[in-house]
Structures are given as C-alpha cells and as structure tokens.
Design a protein around this ligand. Structure first.
Ligand code: SF4
Ligand code: SF4
Length: 197
C-alpha cells in the first residue's frame, strides 16, 4: 500500500517577523516593565514578594526539617543512649557515633550507654528525617527551625556532640516534651542489661 503524504503549507511571514523585531520588542517591554516596577514599587504594600536575604528572613513552616540537635535530659546530659539506630537508618551514612559506658557508680551503668562521639556531616545529609524517625529515645530532632549557615570550609559542616547539644528547638528548649524514665526513678521499670531483669 502506498504511503500517504500530508503536505503542510508553510505560513507566510512578514519581513518584520522574519527579523524577530516584534518578539524582541515584546520581550524588552516585559523586562523593562518588571525592572521599573521592582525599582519604584513599595515593599511595605506587598507589591514585591522577594526578600532582601539575609537581612530579611521568613519563618519556615512548622514541620520544616532544619539542622539537627541532640536533646538533653533534665541534668543536661544527652538523652541519646548510643544505640546506633539513627546511623543505621541514615541513607547518606553521615552520622558517626562512638558509644561509651557510664561510670560504675552511675545508675545508668549496665543499663544504657552514652555517645562519647556523635558527629553529623551536615554537608552530606539529605535532610530526609529518617534518623529522627528511627530514634527510640526522642534524642535527635530536626526542629531547630534553622538551615545550615553558608561556609567555605567543609569542617564547619561537621556538627559534633557539643554543638548538637547546644542547639535549642524552635520553642527555645533543649529538652523535649516526652517524659523519660531514668534509672532510679520510681517510674523506671528496673531493667538491667547486665542482670537481664
Ligand atoms: S536527615 Fe537523613 S541523611 Fe540526614 S542525618 Fe538524618 S537520616 Fe541521615
Ligand atoms: S540519637 Fe537516638 S537513634 Fe541515634 S544513637 Fe542516640 S538514641 Fe540511638
């Protein structure tokens, strides 16, 4: 069977159209219109929606995932028990933890550990929030409401334990609203890792 060819007639164009003059003039009119509007419009009346960052900032949404923080217990020590759940869940592998044992006289000895080293490479982090979801102790949060400040040094993006503990949440608190039952409390179940009960 013979193929059917559909012939399309090329539309005729004027000389001005072939020189793109009307299109260039239209583009320039739009650009210059925006330029004069942005230069002379009032920011206070809301005619311009851009911000003069960093002098001006806008509050992030309530559920914005910002820089991490390590939450504290009432005595200022980290809630973290160095279980490594967060570093295991982290798809970017940017959490480094070294666990340590509490001293023998500490009621937490034999029951839980603490992070001797806790470092997050915020430059590698993809801010997925998996670490927060994985933590069984509400010890790591991303509720600081702040993003990473810019820097030309990679070292500035390595947040160690002390830095993470020094960052408050958006409510200004270093703690969390979730209660924690410490060994020795009347509410503590009394489980002991060494004795197994
Ligand atoms: S937010 Fe995601 S990528 Fe960043 S440290 Fe947590 S788990 Fe890793
Ligand atoms: S922050 Fe939470 S999940 Fe990560 S090691 Fe500490 S207790 Fe475990």
């Amino acid at each position: 069977m013979a193929a059917t060819v559909k012939v399309i007639t090329k539309p005729a164009r004027t000389v001005a159209e072939q020189a793109y003059v009307p299109a260039i003039a239209s583009g320039l009119r739009l650009t210059m219109g925006r330029f004069f509007k942005n230069t002379f419009s009032s920011r206070e009346e809301g005619e311009i929606v851009t911000l003069m960052y960093p002098e001006e900032t806008e509050a992030y949404p309530e559920r914005f995932r910002g820089i991490h923080r390590l939450t504290q217990r009432a005595d200022g020590s980290p809630r973290c028990v160095a279980c490594l759940c967060c570093s295991t869940a982290c798809p970017a592998q940017c959490i480094h933890i070294e666990a340590g044992e509490y001293d023998e006289e500490d009621p937490r000895h034999g029951y839980e550990r603490y992070p001797v080293t806790f470092v997050i490479d915020e430059l590698r982090c993809i801010f997925c929030g998996y670490c927060v979801e994985a933590c069984p102790c509400d010890a790591i949060r991303m509720d600081t409401g702040a993003h990473m400040p810019p820097s030309t040094s990679r070292e500035h993006f390595l947040y160690d334990k002390e830095t993470l503990l020094s960052l408050p949440g958006r409510d200004g608190s270093y703690l969390t609203a979730n209660p924690r039952h410490e060994p020795g409390d009347a509410t503590h179940p009394g489980v002991d890792r060494e004795r197994g009960h």
